[in-house]
Design a protein around this ligand. Structure first.
Ligand SMILES: NC(=O)C1=CN([C@@H]2O[C@H](COP(=O)(O)OP(=O)(O)OC[C@H]3O[C@@H](n4cnc5c(N)ncnc54)[C@H](O)[C@@H]3O)[C@@H](O)[C@H]2O)[C@@H](O)CC1
Ligand SMILES: Nc1ncnc2c1ncn2[C@@H]1O[C@H](COP(=O)(O)OP(=O)(O)O)[C@@H](O)[C@H]1O
Ligand SMILES: [K+]
Length: 554
């Protein structure tokens, strides 16, 4: 499991180590300089301490310790014969680190006057022509989006038009580095232009965090240099795991520096968790010789209408394939026939269930409901709220079922945490609006955690917000899962998640009702399994070790 900690907690954990003289910056910088470089060496000779003659490195240096890390890494890289330039966006950069860097023979360019600095254009060209860029503009000390010269620099590096002008007006062959091929402009951000031969661009390593992200909340309100790799120190920061900032972090690599223990000693809760394969394996219900179909868990699915029968097929299939003891289907005969044709083991009609999975393919409230599916969904939700003979029943609610939730909350107040809502951003905005909030899809996409949290506060339910990174908020520490791939952005994909989660809730039916934090964990586990199942086969098993992105050179 990855646990992420707020900037404040990380700072507090640093104090005892710094007071006892642990050279945290030097340690961070050494790791930065060694783990960043193997991919820059010819294949097969990737030793972390090899000399790097001819390798060009650009340091983007801000005014705090983040810039200090970059400068100290520069010292190590200079010792390995790399050609290093430090682009400083402030007159006041970390004093000791600068002195050590200058002493080691490093080249410094003062860009503190911004685009009017005499060396602005040539330095941009140097940065673009380098093999490795260390982004040390700002780290956990960031307040708000990038501003001032740091903002100007990142905007210039990521803006194709400006780059084109820069490269036209300067020679790009600056220094002893390897010859570069190709003609088109390489920017350091955005999508590569299709159909063009891109110039090879530097590998970008973010120092601690990509500069300018919301370190604690994952927001992105200004320009950010999208990294290939982020080397984060002491503890993973929530913003590295939360969308939209997570999309700028590249591959995450964690460098402990001995802070984990210090953080644990503070006794605080992490700000965010991410489950890994081992967590899910530990959690997963594996049947034993004493099990029968009822003890494994019965899932009741209310999904699909004659207009959308496929949603019912997908949700029931996912529930069966995830390992439910039994899947019951409730819905119109025409849909039940499709379900049974695909999954003959599904049992149509009513009966006792240990969890409900409701909503895929259901009409939204007011859009007509010939088949009475919304009434079935409402009845299922009542079983979560009002315990029956066998106690309360957990429910996962998706798509059309979310409208029923909104009516129930308006009528009867908060729901228990064993009701798990699984909206995408548009559905969450609609749900929040129905509860009186002024929210649009774009607001949810800009701050997914905050909006999922708001929906949890207003409904009481556990909220799993789907997307490229899935966020889950319940009564405990929230989760963020990023296990799938963009190939999963396809109609029907969410119906499968509903079925998977239905099976997990059925397997842990009583526990999920007793422990209000468990549904969020089960929801995160379901998102992980859904993601792994949705990744193209060659990527299905990802190495837990950090590997360089394929586009790095040599
Ligand atoms: N967590 C750890 O264990 C360690 C942290 N270290 C480094 O120390 C960093 C934190 O250093 P600092 O506290 O000095 O803070 P930063 O270096 O992250 O940023 C503070 C500086 O950036 C400026 N700044 C703040 N917001 C800005 C914005 N939006 N736009 C432009 N400039 C902005 C401030 O004026 C200040 O000078 C970490 O990110 C990490 O890189 C390492 O040196 C050692 C170990
Ligand atoms: N870009 C992406 N990368 C990874 N997963 C994605 C991406 N886009 C969507 N997904 C996942 O695909 C599923 C889509 O679900 P949903 O939007 O409900 O689709 P539908 O309603 O058609 O079933 C969600 O689980 C979501 O997390
Ligand atoms: K940074």
């Amino acid at each position: 499991m990855i646990e992420a900690w707020s900037a404040e907690d990380v700072r507090a954990a640093e104090v005892p180590l710094l007071e006892s003289g642990v050279p945290l910056m030097e340690m961070a910088a050494f790791m930065l300089a060694t783990t960043s470089t193997p991919a820059l060496l010819p294949t097969g000779s990737g030793d972390e301490l090899d000399a790097l003659p001819g390798v060009r490195v650009a340091l983007l240096v801000g005014s705090g310790a983040n810039g200090g890390d970059a400068l100290q890494a520069g010292v190590v890289l200079l010792g390995r014969e790399a050609d290093v330039v430090a682009a400083c966006v402030s007159e006041n950069v970390h004093e000791e680190a600068l002195a050590a860097y200058v002493e080691a023979g490093g080249r410094v360019v003062d860009l503190s006057a911004g685009p009017s600095s005499p060396d602005w254009s040539s330095t941009l060209a140097d940065i673009l022509a380098s093999d490795l860029v260390l982004d040390g503009l700002v780290g956990i000390g960031a307040t708000g989006p990038l501003r001032g010269v740091a903002e100007d620099l990142v905007r210039s590096l990521t803006g194709a038009d400006e780059l084109a002008r820069t490269l036209e007006s300067t020679s790009t062959s600056t220094g002893p580095g390897p010859a570069r091929k190709g003609t088109a402009i390489a920017t350091l951000g955005g999508r590569p232009a299709t159909g063009k031969t891109e110039r090879p661009r530097p590998v970008i390593v973010a120092v601690d965090t990509p500069s300018g992200i919301g370190v604690d909340d994952g927001t992105v309100e200004g320009p950010v240099l999208t990294a290939d790799v982020t080397l984060t120190f002491g503890a993973t920061k929530p913003g590295l795991l939360l969308p939209p900032a997570a999309h700028h972090a590249g591959d995450l690599h964690f460098i402990d520096l001995g802070l984990s223990q210090s953080i644990a000693e503070q006794g605080a809760e992490p700000a965010l968790r991410r489950l890994d394969l081992k967590d899910v394996a530990d959690l997963w219900p594996v049947p034993g010789p004493w099990d029968d179909k009822y003890s494994r868990g019965v899932v009741g699915v209310v999904a699909g209408t004659p207009a959308y029968p496929g949603a019912a097929v997908l949700a029931t299939t996912a529930a069966v394939r995830t390992g439910a003891g039994m899947v019951r289907y409730l819905g119109p005969d025409a849909v039940a026939s499709s379900v049974l044709a695909a999954r003959p083991e599904v049992v149509p009609g009513t009966g006792r269930v240990q969890a409900w999975a409701i909503g895929p393919g259901l009409p939204t409230e007011g859009a007509g409901d010939d088949a009475g599916q919304l009434a079935l969904a409402r009845a299922a939700l009542q079983e979560a709220v009002t315990p029956g003979e066998h106690g309360a029943v957990p429910v996962v609610v998706d798509a059309g079922g979310l409208d029923v939730v909104s009516l129930l909350v308006q009528d009867g107040g908060p729901l228990p945490a064993h009701v798990v809502l699984t909206p995408h951003a548009g559905e969450l905005a609609r749900l929040l609006r129905s509860l009186g909030e002024r929210v649009h899809r774009a607001d949810v996409e800009a701050a997914p955690l905050a909006h999922a949290r708001r929906a949890h506060e207003l409904t009481g339910a556990t909220v799993l917000l789907k997307g490229g990174v899935t966020v889950v908020v319940g009564p405990g520490v929230p989760y963020s899962q990023a296990d799938g791939s963009a190939w999963m952005a396809t109609a029907g994909s969410g119906d499968v998640l509903t079925g998977i989660l239905g099976t997990l809730l059925a397997a842990f039916s009583e526990e999920a009702v007793e422990d209000p934090e468990l549904p969020a964990r089960l929801a995160a586990a379901a998102a992980l399994v859904h993601g792994v199942a949705g990744v193209p086969p060659t990527r299905a098993v990802r190495s837990p070790r950090w590997t360089w992105p394929a586009r790095s050179r040599r």
